[in-house]
Design a protein around this ligand. Structure first.
Ligand code: PEP
Ligand code: MN
Length: 337
């Protein structure tokens, strides 16, 4: 339930309502609107008597919240969340492009990619140091050494870093290096991990599970938000369907739908969605046209030598070409790159 206070309700009246609902066992989420305060009730405390609340001083009315994702949903938080990282703003009119290799493979490979991403106008550098691979025999990432290389690339290029954390015990280590903590599709419902990043101080890029519904994605975001981290970015990265020409099927409808249901920024990963570099550009353009706030794209200077996901990685020159086209689509959408 949301309690809407009257415009001009006093600090004392607001505090009085909060104290009363806390007595009933609720945590509250306060939202300051243009001219009034809204108090959202979280958790299930004692049943509330709406009429009793509506008789309290300063209260205008109450409205029931239908969505189970109370913190991630727009009902209690109508305005868009904008997440700031250094000078970047994710979730307002700018489109933020994160790009880089699937995995950090070596210092040379990462620095070369980072410079190319920077030169083409990319805003953030991606790259996994800890890789969730389907086969235990595939390259698993460089671990902490990979994080150190990412930090060096940030120092050289100024690009903030987004990198994956796979287990709760590693959150404090990865958080020493990452500007955004990435939760991979395979871990979207790893609740211990969601709890751990919910207590971290970095924003979280939460990828949709390959077999997860939109509601499950929003409930996973809810775990992070409910542990105190209010900077969550949702990522649509394709879901598994019967189609085999592509690695996954990009659910483009998830973009406007998530924007309707939630105030959180939405980013699209066309690389894992398709598994094919030649489909990355058209789907990136479509994602921005559908209202995405950003993209996360795999780029590799030598895709044929990549230790993971070479087939879906763009060469730097193709990435540069895509950035130019994105600018035009962003402009057409009233946004900027
Ligand atoms: C990745 O971004 O490198 C990755 C493993 O993605 P996903 O978790 O979406 O499969
Ligand atoms: Mn990858």
């Amino acid at each position: 339930m949301i309690i809407i206070m009257k415009p001009g309700a006093s600090v004392g009246q607001i505090a009085g309502v909060i104290a009363r609902v806390k007595e009933w066992g609720y945590r509250v989420q306060i939202s300051e609107g243009e001219d009034r305060t809204m108090i959202g009730l979280l958790d299930s405390g004692l049943p509330v008597d709406r009429e009793q609340i509506e008789r309290m001083d300063g209260v205008e009315r109450t409205i029931p919240v239908r969505q189970p994702f109370k913190l991630a949903g727009r009902e209690m938080h109508p305005q868009n969340s904008v997440i700031q990282i250094d000078g970047l703003r994710i979730g307002d009119e700018s489109i933020v492009v994160m790009a880089g290799p699937c995995a950090v493979e070596s210092r040379e490979q990462l620095l070369e990619t980072a410079r190319a991403v920077r030169a083409a106008g990319g805003h953030m550098l991606r790259g996994g140091a800890f890789k969730p691979r389907t086969s235990p025999y595939s390259f698993q990432g460089l671990g902490q050494r990979g994080l150190e290389i990412l930090a060096e690339a940030r120092e050289q290029t100024g690009l903030p870093i987004v990198t994956e954390v796979m287990e709760s015990q590693a959150v404090s280590l990865v958080a020493q290096y990452a500007d955004i903590l990435q939760i991979g599709a395979r871990n979207m419902q790893n609740y211990a991990l969601l709890h751990a990043v919910g207590e971290a101080h970095q924003p979280v890029l939460l990828k949709r599970g390959m077999m997860s519904t939109i509601e499950e994605l929003l409930m996973a975001a809810e775990y992070i938000l409910s542990h105190g981290n209010d900077r969550v970015i949702l990522c649509e990265r394709g879901i598994r369907t019967f189609e085999r020409y592509t690695r996954n099927t990009l659910d483009l409808s998830a973009v406007p739908l998530l924007k309707q249901l939630s105030h959180l920024p939405v980013v699209v990963d066309p690389s894992h969605a398709t598994g094919r570099w030649d489909l990355v550009a058209p789907l990136s353009l479509a994602a921005v046209a559908a209202g995405a706030d950003g993209l996360i794209i795999e780029v590799h200077p030598h895709p044929e030598q990549a230790l993971s996901d070479g087939a879906q990685s763009l060469r730097p020159e193709h990435f540069e070409e895509l950035m130019r086209k994105l600018e035009a689509v962003a402009r057409a959408m009233g946004r900027r790159l």
